[in-house]
Design a binder for this molecule. Structure first.
Ligand code: PHE
Length: 338
């Protein structure tokens, strides 16, 4: 029995040398001290010993147990320390590494142009308001003096929704919405999206407009011209010329289209302006009395003017893009150039 105990001690100490994880250490502990462990087995055999032998072997057994327990504890401590060190290494943060640069975006070129247009009109006292992009026939057409049998409706290739509503074909319905709620004087611009069934190098199905509306007593057409010429010079430069051509809109009378002198050739004539020297940028006119009647304004009392311009067209004059559809392809290589 004495030899057996010494053998167990020897085996235990050797086994501990080999252990490299806490998990292995635990299974080794069970091997020796567990209920069916090697040392436990020997202890159980003590009962069969003689009176003389029992204290001697008993003491030896206790000694062996103490030696092994100490050795286990030491190994455990070493392994725990090793594990903690490894964890700290794995979690180490190098505070000297340079930080990661956050990616930042910037305004889309069309938004840059829109902001510029807005700020010019803001300075002339026009306040920006918005309205819904899903509209009714009433606001998009009827109230703007464009009843369903009116030929001008054909000019707008309208997206109709299944519920009978439509995507507004211009920002003009907001004129009606504002006049319904407010009394003159009114001086607003309406930046926003409009939609038409249209798709080529100069048209996208969704595009932006800036509407303008001024209503007051004794508003004249020359004031309309003054506002628009001032806008054109601020937007495109002091040398910019503007001309008005007679036109037709159901909701203005008289109506005009306004051109600016070509920003590429300064009016001499080039490919950009189709060799005319002029580029059309907006529609405008004096508010039609029928429109005032639709919102219960007295056309004998008030007069006004309205205008509407395409933002992509103007952005294109600033940035000179051969195909405006590229504005909406979301290609970062394109967008990063602005
Ligand atoms: N709504 C017109 C269009 O989209 C532009 C316009 C607005 C014309 C206001 C006159 C007055 O073509």
């Amino acid at each position: 029995m004495k030899e057996e105990l010494q053998k167990i001690q020897q085996e235990g100490l050797e086994a501990l040398q080999q252990v490299s994880t806490l998990k292995d250490l635990e299974s080794l502990r069970i091997d020796f001290f567990g209920r069916k462990g090697k040392l436990t087995d020997v202890m159980k055999g003590m009962g069969n010993l003689s009176q003389d032998e029992r204290p001697i072997i008993g003491k030896l057994a206790n000694d062996v147990r103490t030696v092994l327990t100490d050795a286990f504890d030491t190994t455990k401590h070493t392994l725990e320390q090793k594990q903690q060190e490894q964890q700290l290494m794995a979690e180490a943060i190098d505070v000297t590494l340079p930080g990661r640069k956050p990616a930042y975006g910037k305004a889309h070129p069309v938004m840059q142009t829109l902001d510029r247009i807005e700020s010019i009109f803001n300075q002339m006292g026009f306040q920006a308001v918005t309205g819904p992009e899903i509209e009714t026939d009433h606001y998009n057409f009827d109230a703007l003096n464009t009843p369903s049998d009116h030929p001008a409706r054909d000019l707008h290739d309208t997206f109709y929704l299944t519920d009978g509503n439509l995507l507004r074909t211009h920002t003009s319905p907001v004129q009606i919405r504002v006049m319904e709620k407010q009394t003159p004087p009114i001086r607003i611009i309406v930046p926003g999206k409009a939609y038409r069934v249209d798709y080529d190098v100069s048209h996208t199905p969704m595009f932006h407009q800036v509407e303008g509306l001024l209503v007051d007593k004794h508003v004249t057409f020359s004031e309309l011209k003054g506002v628009l010429v001032s806008f054109a010079k601020q937007m495109f430069g002091d040398q910019t010329q503007m001309r008005f051509r007679p036109h037709f809109f159901p909701f203005t009378e008289p109506s005009a289209e306004a051109d600016i002198s070509c920003t590429v050739c300064q009016g001499k004539g080039c490919r950009s302006c189709g060799h005319t020297g002029w580029i059309e940028i907006l529609g405008a006119g004096a508010v039609d009395p029928e429109v005032f009647r639709a919102v219960n304004y007295d056309p004998e009392e008030v007069t006004g003017f309205a205008f509407g311009m395409g933002v992509e067209r103007i952005a294109n004059l600033q940035f000179r893009i051969p195909d405006i559809r590229t504005f909406y392809e979301n290609d970062l290589r394109f967008l990063r150039q602005f």
